[in-house]
Design a protein around this ligand. Structure first.
Ligand code: GAP
Length: 588
């Protein structure tokens, strides 16, 4: 007897996400739209809870970070200045048979026989001499291969396969591990070409080239563009940060892995502005050097970009641990010199072990002063700040010390392969710094909310085998969501729905709790079934109101309920008057 086919973990998660109302395909009734996802009742609450934990950790709990809520469509000049118009592109290759595109770095190696046809004709119609090259994969029968090619040709021309006749078949070559064929169609791929990922729209009535605007591909640029307004209005002084949560859009070539790579998604970004290291050197005498085990718990005056970068990696790691994503499910990728953008000093990706592989959850980049400088140049609006302390510190330096700093900076910039300043620009930069003016540098922790929701769902998913008294076993699904993230914090059940006293008491408990956190009242089915439903929804606690609650089994149990814990199934008796005090610290 053949074994039942093992269903991949990711498929099970996608299925549960739909079944329980976490995530639905966008526009599903019309066949869906690739790369777009909707969050159902439970998903919407989960996302809201994630947003809240991030916002609270990144700004409310800190004195040195403030928030921003900017528009999705901004002046197109922002995207020109930031480099997105010219360089925000993926290299793509196109299938020569179907014109389907694929990201050049997403083509898996394939093996087989390269087959070529000199052309094809359409029944009762035209004849074409365009040669067609398709990979016949190992194990593919020649007849089914020919049928497949006819289908590919037909699809691209709105025809049916039966109407296509292929001509001049020949065997070209046998290939091993080739990346020159489309992963789905097997059609030969063309040259890699850049494809800009920004989604365009028109703002204004004429809908001409002059009205082109972009849906933001990241939230970060609004923070840079509003930097001066925030400084002027918030009484923040460098070092400080501005954070934002909001939608971003990218016309991803190959959206994939459920919500992992979508075309519309939400980002949670912080731009943390710091002094340039030379200013720290002047104020503190030297810049703290990072070494393994360095104390990153409390920011210090002598921290330069490296310590701040390391600090934010630690802060973000602590945040993830606080919502149940610990060291066992995270990893880090420190970009090598070759991988780094020319302006970046360091960049680390925090990775999560998704069921489909270990992939980026968040990027943390030390971006120097690249972004503010770019906007200063393009907008001709100064982005520098004045720092009295820095001015006073440099005033104590000798001319020789200042000249040595200028020379050191010139040498640094001359050694840069790309993006270095000219000697004259270094002179100007240093003279401003000596007077206390500088454009702040930035550390950017940038996370994806949808990716985080997917990580949290994957991490929470578990299966429990249950065997009943008759020996019949079934698989139950338990979403072990952290109580702070769970869409519903507590399920409230009367033991029996046909006992008005139980129902009235259960409604009373439900009304009491729902004022403080999301609660769900359920009286349908056996208690076991109700527990199972809440386990699938990730509800960490369930309360049952029974005859003990009514005082029918003794005065000492009156006004107590059974509190059941999702993760170990344990139960305890708790006074109704103590419920809030017990539950609030765990779910808040
Ligand atoms: N401002 C920097 C920036 O946007 P990024 O690495 O392109 O950097 C940051 O994006 C985060 O946004 C990623 O780590 C990921 O969590 C999320 N993200 C990026 N593209 C995404 C997509 N197509 N779908 C879902 N999340 C995405």
């Amino acid at each position: 007897m053949s074994q039942p086919k093992e269903i991949p973990q990711m498929e099970k998660i996608v299925s549960l996400a739909k079944r329980r109302g976490f995530v639905f395909q966008s526009s599903e009734i019309y066949g869906g739209i690739n790369g777009f996802w909707d969050y159902g009742p439970l998903g919407a609450e989960l996302k809201r809870n994630l947003r809240d934990t991030w916002w609270r950790t990144m700004t409310r709990d800190r004195e040195d970070v403030v928030g921003l809520d900017a528009t999705i469509i901004m002046h197109p000049a922002i995207w020109k200045a930031s480099g997105h118009v010219d360089t925000f592109a993926d290299l793509m290759r196109e299938c020569s048979v179907t014109n389907k595109r694929v990201r050049a770095d997403h083509v898996e190696p394939q093996s087989g026989v390269v087959m070529q046809f000199s052309g094809f004709s359409i029944t009762g119609g035209s004849s074409h001499n365009d040669s067609i090259t398709v990979l016949m994969r190992g194990g593919e029968h020649i007849e089914s291969f020919r049928k497949r090619v006819r289908q590919l040709v037909a699809q691209a021309r709105n025809q049916t396969a039966e109407n296509i006749e292929l001509h001049g078949e020949s065997k070209i070559d046998a290939v091993e591990g080739s990346v020159d064929f489309h992963p789905e169609t097997g059609g030969a791929l063309g040259e890699a070409r850049p494809f800009n990922l920004m989604l365009k729209t028109y703002v204004g009535p004429t809908a001409t080239e002059n009205d082109i605007a972009y849906l933001r591909p990241e939230t970060a640029q609004a923070i840079f563009a509003q930097f001066k307004n925030v400084v002027d209005s918030s009484r923040q002084r460098v070092p400080f940060g501005i954070c934002q949560i909001g939608k971003a859009f990218r016309n991803e070539v190959t959206p994939r892995n459920f919500t992992f790579r979508s075309r519309e998604f939400e980002q949670m970004e912080l731009e943390f502005f710091i002094k340039p290291d030379e200013a720290i050197e002047a104020v503190c005498g030297s810049v703290a050097a990072w070494s393994e085990g360095a104390d990153l718990s409390v920011p210090q005056d002598n921290w330069g970009w490296e310590m701040w970068h390391r600090y934010w990696v630690k802060e973000r790691t602590d945040y993830y641990a606080g919502i149940g994503l610990g060291a066992d499910v995270l990893d880090y990728h420190w970009q090598t010199k070759e991988e780094l953008a020319h302006y970046a000093r360091a960049c680390v990706d925090i990775l999560f072990k998704f069921p489909f592989g270990t992939e980026e959850l968040e990027g943390l980049a030390a971006r120097g002063d690249f972004d503010l400088m770019a906007h200063q140049t393009a907008s001709r609006k100064p982005m520098d700040v004045f720092d009295e302390e820095v001015k006073n510190a440099f005033a104590k330096w000798t001319d020789e010390q200042r000249a040595a700093l200028v020379e050191r900076k010139k040498a640094e910039h001359r050694a840069k392969e790309k993006g270095g300043l000219t000697d004259a620009q270094v002179d100007e930069w240093c003279q401003k710094l000596f007077k206390g003016f500088y454009v702040p540098h930035v550390i950017e922790p940038s996370a994806g909310l949808d990716r985080l929701a997917l990580a949290v769902l994957s991490n929470a998913y578990s299966e429990v085998e249950k065997t009943d008294a008759k020996g019949k076993s079934e698989t139950l699904y338990v979403m072990r969501l952290h109580p702070r993230l769970a869409p519903v914090k507590v399920g409230v059940f009367p033991l029996l729905k046909n006992k008005p006293e139980l129902v009235a008491k259960a409604r009373e408990v439900f009304e009491l709790l729902r004022k403080h956190f999301s609660a769900f009242y359920d009286e349908g089915g056996s208690i076991g079934k109700r527990y199972a439903r809440q386990d699938e929804a990730g509800t960490p606690f369930c309360l049952t109101i029974d005859f003990e609650t009514l005082g029918e089994k003794g005065e000492e149990l009156k006004d107590t309920v059974t509190l059941r814990h999702r993760d170990d199934g344990s139960q305890e008796r708790v006074k109704i008057s103590e419920l809030l005090g017990k539950l609030l610290p765990m779910v808040g």
